[in-house]
Write a protein that binds this ligand. Structure first.
Ligand SMILES: [Zn+2]
Length: 322
């Protein structure tokens, strides 16, 4: 029951009950209503603060999945970037070197976009770092890809204008793929199989049975067809353009000095003559009188997997067969 209110009346010397006016009653109801509503709202906020609504729960799960997928995308972008770096590397160090073109300067390859901040809109929004990162990576990648494809256009032009050079430069594997038992050792510092000391290995060793055919890797003229103590029976082809190739430890030499050969001609047979620990071909590519890594000169024949495997073997400190 509502509280009664009384007022002292000095005329009658008694307390009299005050009758509430309609307005007062109305204002009481309103106050009560407002108070209850505010309490209700407060309780609701507390509830939602403590517990998630089903919609929030769903959004949170979706958000998590999106984030996870963005992370996956980013790591795939990283992989693609590394493939591109490998391509750029080959472009600068092999293709462009072969055609004597200047490598593309790093400043051009890595040039930014400059000017307005392309990501301002994303930066302003909360929790967008991961989207920002992906967008940035994609932008960089597409720009570098564009530059790379332009560069390949140049290389194709150079190649067309240098057909003769291309026929001469060593560009195939000296043994048939099916004949190679093993890519035994790569180019670089190796432990010598006979002298057991660390020594520069100037070529690659391809293991194959005695009698396996050895092919000229480019057009040229035979400059040596002789025997040397280390190399055993050996052939050297002068390809011009400051390139030579050397084939060692043959069991038989099938060409003479001064003879002209074409790429793919058989020049001798695999053996183990000279300082050698077993039948194999020791193959060198010499540019400007200095041995270079032959791996870079038979890319044509290799699948990407084979190339990777060769790079791997080549970088391992294996023992050469010399
Ligand atoms: Zn060798």
């Amino acid at each position: 029951m509502a509280k009664q209110k009384f007022k002292y009346n000095p005329d009658t010397l008694s307390f009299e009950r005050i009758e509430l006016t309609f307005l007062r009653k109305f204002s009481r109801v309103i106050t009560h209503f407002i108070f209850s509503s505010v309490m209700g709202l407060v309780l609701m906020f507390v509830y939602f603060w403590l517990f998630e609504s089903p919609l929030e729960k769903q959004l949170r799960t979706e958000n998590k999945e999106l984030r996870f997928n963005y992370e996956l995308l980013n790591s795939r972008l990283d992989q693609i970037s590394s493939v591109l770096v490998d391509m750029q590397d080959r472009d600068d160090n092999i293709y462009r070197t072969i055609f004597e073109a200047e490598p593309i300067p790093q400043s051009v390859r890595m040039a930014g976009f400059g000017g307005v901040n392309r990501y301002a809109e994303l930066e302003e929004k909360p929790n967008m770092e991961i989207v920002l990162e992906t967008t940035r990576q994609l932008d960089i990648l597409s720009k570098q890809l564009y530059i790379q494809s332009k560069s390949f256009d140049d290389v194709i032009q150079l190649a067309k204008s240098k057909e003769d050079m291309l026929r001469r430069i060593p560009a195939i594997q000296p043994l048939h793929d099916k004949d190679v038992v093993r890519f035994a050792s790569g180019f670089g510092m190796r432990i010598h199989p006979v002298y057991k000391t660390r020594k520069m290995h100037n070529g690659v060793d391809l293991t194959a049975p005695t009698g396996t055919k050895i092919y000229a890797t480019g057009d040229g003229v035979i400059s040596n067809a002789d025997f040397s103590r280390g190399y055993g029976k050996r052939v050297v082809i002068d390809h011009g353009y400051s390139y030579k190739t050397l084939y060692a430890h043959m069991s038989r030499v099938l060409v003479r000095k001064g003879q002209t050969v074409k790429r793919g001609d058989v020049i001798g047979l695999v053996g183990s003559t000279g300082t050698s620990t077993g039948p194999h071909l020791h193959y060198e590519v010499i540019k400007n009188n200095r041995p270079v890594d032959p791996i870079n000169y038979y890319l044509n024949d290799l699948t990407p997997e084979e190339y990777d495997e060769m790079i791997l073997v080549s970088s391992r400190p294996t023992q050469s067969m010399d």
